[in-house]
Design a protein around this ligand. Structure first.
Ligand code: ATP
Ligand code: MG
Length: 204
């Protein structure tokens, strides 16, 4: 095989490409200088929204930040994240009896949602709280149990450095517009569809 020294080798081409990429990434990193409390939305029909929210809470706690969680759907199961994170000074506010997927009493559900929202609003006014996870709050807005305007106003008036994570399917368009970072988890496959039941440590 002839060896033409003037032609860049595959390795050299790769290196040039990577160098260009690095320059672009470095430039973007240099330009990202602002710091502020973020509103993050994790929505969509795939699995991974609440786990993402709790993962961020764990990350924050690992950096010594104060985090609190409001769970807007009272599951019938205990919650592994709660068992762990409560040992690390994360406060949990869980929607009281009244609302699960099973209930069909709108007045009772509304009262339960409103009570949880009151807990959330207090956190959104608390300078000491660095991170607030509002798990499954999207449904409360969709079902009309809490007012969208009230949620938007509480988010807009929260302490400027406070991060908020919203999870749940079908997030309202206006919350998506307000957010700094939005991810949609798409379902490709789910074990449940193949008859595999929800399992402790993985699904709750
Ligand atoms: P996770 O808590 O595992 O991150 P999630 O918050 O994205 O899930 P939710 O809509 O809150 O999803 O549903 C909670 C429960 O339903 C979890 O146990 C989860 O494993 C399960 N689940 C999530 N997505 C699906 C799906 N596409 N099909 C069936 N079950 C699902
Ligand atoms: Mg969830």
């Amino acid at each position: 095989m002839s060896n033409d020294n003037t032609k860049p080798t595959k390795e050299q081409k790769h290196q040039t490409r990577q160098q260009r990429l690095k320059e672009k990434v470095d430039e973007r990193i240099a330009n990202a200088t602002d710091e502020k409390g973020l509103l993050i939305v994790i929505t969509g029909n795939g699995k991974g929204k609440s786990t993402s929210g709790f993962g961020t809470v764990a990350r924050a706690v690992g950096h010594g930040l104060k985090a609190s969680v409001v769970q807007f759907i009272k599951g019938t199961w205990e919650c592994g994240e709660r068992n762990l994170l409560e040992q690390h000074d994360v406060d949990f506010f869980v929607m009281g009896t009244g609302f699960t997927w099973e209930t069909q009493n709108k007045d009772k559900d509304t009262a339960a949602a409103q009570a949880a929202w009151l807990d959330a609003k207090k956190l959104l006014q608390d300078e000491q709280v660095d991170v607030v996870l509002l798990d499954e709050i999207t449904y409360m807005v969709t079902y009309g149990y809490i007012e969208l305007e009230d949620v938007i106003s509480a988010l807009n008036n929260r302490p400027s450095g406070q991060h908020v994570i919203i999870t749940g399917r079908a997030c309202h368009r206006q919350l998506i517009e307000l957010a700094d970072t939005v991810s949609e988890v798409q379902p490709i496959k789910h074990a449940f569809d193949n008859g595999i039941k929800a399992q402790a440590g993985i699904d709750w």
